[in-house]
Design a protein around this ligand. Sequence first.
Ligand SMILES: [Zn+2]
Length: 83
Amino acid sequence: MTEKRMYNCPCCGNPTYPVPPKDDIGFICDICWWENDTFIQSDDEPSDQNHGMTLNQAKDNYKKHGISAPHLLKYWAENGMKP
Ligand SMILES: [Zn+2]
């Protein structure tokens, strides 16, 4: 069984979401690792689910590092996952 993914991630813009982002609480994008936060009202509002990072900061990080939160790169390296 494969999930159909057709909704764009609010952070990286890739179609990684199986349902619209506003309906999917806590979904973590497997490309940029942004954790979906349905409670933020704007891209400038700190997201509790993303350690107080705003969506705009996450987008910036994704552009520069290919991931929403650069501290996760260390985790990836330690666990042998792709950076
Ligand atoms: Zn994403």
